[in-house]
Structures are given as C-alpha cells and as structure tokens.
Design a binder for this molecule. Sequence first.
Ligand code: ADP
Ligand code: ZN
Length: 304
Amino acid sequence: MRSSNALYGGVEAGGTKFVCAVGRGPDDIRSEIRFSTTTPEETLARVIAFFREQMNKWPLAAVGVGSFGPVDPDPNSPTFGYITTTPKPGWRQVDFAGALARALDLPVGFDTDVNAAGLGEHRWGAAQGLDAFIYLTVGTGIGGGGMVGGRLMHGLMHPEMGHIRLPHDWEADPFPGVCPFHGDCLEGMASGPALEKRWGRRAETLPPDHPAWELEAEYLALALVNFICTLSPQRIIMGGGVMSQPHLLPRIRGRVLSLLNGYLQVPAILEQMDDYIVAPALGDRAGVLGALALAMQAHERGSG
Ligand code: ADP
Ligand code: ZN
C-alpha cells in the first residue's frame, strides 16, 4: 500500500515553543526542529521553510497541527484551522491550517494540542484500543481533550476542560486565581502560573512536602471526578510540566478515590487505579507524535 510508505509532517504548536517533525511514528522520525513562538508571520514562515526543505528530500502525504487555542477544528466551518479568540497577543484569528495548506499544497489535519496528544496516545501510547479517554495537560494552562465513542471530542467547538468551575473554600485557600476570564476556575487555581502566583515561587522549586501539592492534588482530583462522572472515560492521561512532579499522580489517584466515595463500582477504578490515571506513555513526545497522527488521519480521510 502506498500510504504505508508515506511520510508525514507534524507541528506541535505551543504558546511558548513550536516543534516540527517529519516521520511516521515514534520509531521513525526523520527530522525534527524546535523554536520559540514569536509573531504568527515569523513563526509560520519557519514552519513552512522547514517542511519545504524536507519536501526536497522526501514526499510528504499530509501535515498535522496540534495547536494552542482556542481553535476552530470544524472542517465544515469557514474558519476551520484558525486560532480564534486566544489571549496570546497577535495570534487572534490566524489562519494556521490555511497558510500551511496553501504554502505546501498538502492536506492539513488540525486540532487542539490536547486532542492531538490524545490521538498520539491512542495510536501508539496509553490509550490504544480505548474508545473513551481523556488527555489532560497541566502546564502554563490546563486543557483537556481525548475521545468519546472512538472520535476526538469536538462538538460546538472543543472541550475547554481547564475552565470548569470548582468548589472553592475561600477560608482554606484565599487565592483568587489567575484566569483572566474567571479568576478561580480550574486553570486559574491549578495551572503552573497559578502555583507560582499563590506561593511566590516557580512550581518546579516547590519541595514535595510543600502544602502546595496537597491543594494542587485536591483541585485536580475534583476536576477529574467531574470529568469521570460526565464523560465516563476508560482512562485518564495527565501530562504537562506540572505533572512532572512524581508525587503528584499518586496523590491525585488517592483523592479521586476518596471523592468518588465508592460510588462507581468498577474494577478500573476500585482495583486498577494506577492504570486508570496515568502519565502519557509517549512522555513529552505525545504532542508532536500526535500531530503526526493528525496528518495520517487527514491523509486517510483525503484518500477515502
Ligand atoms: P507549556 O504549557 O507552555 O506547553 P509546560 O507543560 O512545561 O509548558 O508548562 C509550563 C508550566 O509548568 C510552568 O508554569 C512551570 O512552572 C511548570 N513546570 C514545569 N516543569 C515543572 C516541574 N518539574 N514541576 C512543577 N512545575 C513545573
Ligand atoms: Zn478560566
């Protein structure tokens, strides 16, 4: 089959950095480049230059983009492939997928960074064989995606799991939160910048026995319980800079069990919690590999 020999391009488009790669999976990456996110003009020009150079070496079948957002992931919308209402300066209403498609003359798959990472985990990592799972990132922001019914979650737009509202005990935690829209939503209370603002030091410098982490686990567990009860995921994958604290996952698992309080009598939760809430199997490669997976999906759809 021709498509099994094809090479793909992937773009992990983050608010801080971009990673572009060419290959066809975790064991076959031909080339990769990373650079800081600057203006849309300059950043997209670097992406296009990288793929043009690659296309001189080998043909690409499609490109996939997993982007920070909010984005428009609806292929039937006139603004498909745009970064839309982002607070990031200069990046509002940027036609990301269109710019790549025109410059490279290739099909472009486009989705949120977390849906892309989720698709990567589904193809090669911790979500293989599942038809309902969540990929949540806890970093500069908090975002969630994944699949329900074997399809990446879309709908009206795409999930914005970082902006759910949680119970906030103002006496125990008087911090008002950092979300410019909501103050004390999940992202406002539990993102990396929220930790830094609340405790006056960067999250990576907070020692494991600091009270920050118990509170962090509490907010993340409250969020997960809400997601478990609404989406019924078969697994939850948690990535992002803040989750690289190794003590955090075990704390979250414990608090999720306590908060559910025995209500969900399923072995995945009662007996296999260590396999239920997990780190990405692809580690920090989930994003860029997921973008490759989006390219494969775009190619498969394009060639029927
Ligand atoms: P981004 O969200 O920009 O893609 P990250 O996922 O690395 O990047 O998130 C960056 C945030 O994560 C920052 O707020 C940083 O303080 C925090 N962070 C990064 N590494 C760690 C760590 N080892 N422990 C705790 N927090 C971390
Ligand atoms: Zn918010």
